[in-house]
Design a protein around this ligand. Sequence first.
Ligand code: KG4
Ligand code: ZN
Length: 347
Amino acid sequence: MRGRPRGRAGLRAPVRILAIETSCDETACAVVEDGKAVLSDVVASQVKAHGVYGGVVPEIASRMHIETITQVAEKAVRDAGIGYGDLDAVAVTNGPGLVGALLVGISAAKGMSLALGIPLIGVNHVVAHIYANQIDDPAFGPPFICLVASGGHSHVFRADAGGKVSVMGRTRDDAAGEVFDKVARALGLGYPGGPAIDAVAGDGSGAIALPRANLGDSFDYSFSGVKTAALNVIGSHAREGALGPATVRGVCSGLRMSIVDALAANLFRAASMTGIRNVAIAGGVAANRLLRETVAARAASESMAAYIPPPRLCTDNAAMVAAAAYHRYASGESDGLDLDAEPELSL
Ligand code: KG4
Ligand code: ZN
């Protein structure tokens, strides 16, 4: 395998990267070729274990990652139809995320890098979410404005033609996914809350009007107000013994509408202010049906290109980590065995 032919940039062709993602509650491994062809994509979800508690329990997450990481990696290599010896690099999310959970993936990646004699490449989880778009459509690239909305983040990124990436806006309090999860918990809809609220909201009819923060010209978000308003509606109806299906549906529809309105508004305002005509969405909340429809319709009406990855690439996965790592690999970058977990890693 050392004698495999080299491509134009001096890279062996094709470049196969095994990526590991353990930043939260999914143990995921994937093998991706040349940053875009997904040979395998394995996700072992811990949702059932955490669902009992209504949210992710960090200690349980770490323990379950330890229990499953080896099998998940082996399955990813097997599903890809290759052997460990055919890998060119091993990539791993090293932040942001839960420190104990990140450490499991990082330790596994270091072991593989050392044993196989291949480079180790650390990847920022939020950047990886953006790269999900490139897997879905290899034409995706700067310039673009990308919304990343997940359980831990709600960011508006700007990427310029030269590759420079900057943050235009971020949430000042709760992340969008966090609010879906907390309100779903109060409604007894289980964890994770986003998909449940999306399903109950259905076509959005019967929405109970909930507020949307107005932060003026800023591209920031604030979701704590709508969260409190939703929890107040739930609390008052529950006290009166009137938390029936219509109210539950109305809260779900109203909450989804308020959050999606805010997410889409800043994305398109950022695009029109910068003159950038490509808009993209990423992160678990990008699996939301109303957000997808809203972004697609608005981009079409303004003749912009919209990049909307399939839901499987929006929620946590390792294929996106491999796609992001490919660019570091192609630039000759890698990390040493001192690569550490960085729970608060920023861009
Ligand atoms: O990206 P992700 O899988 O993990 C993090 O990096 O946080 O995002 C998980 C978040 C959860 O808060 C979940 O409720 C939310 O994404 N989510 C959704 C939907 N599917 C997942 N939120 C709204 N609508 C959905 N369909
Ligand atoms: Zn994520």
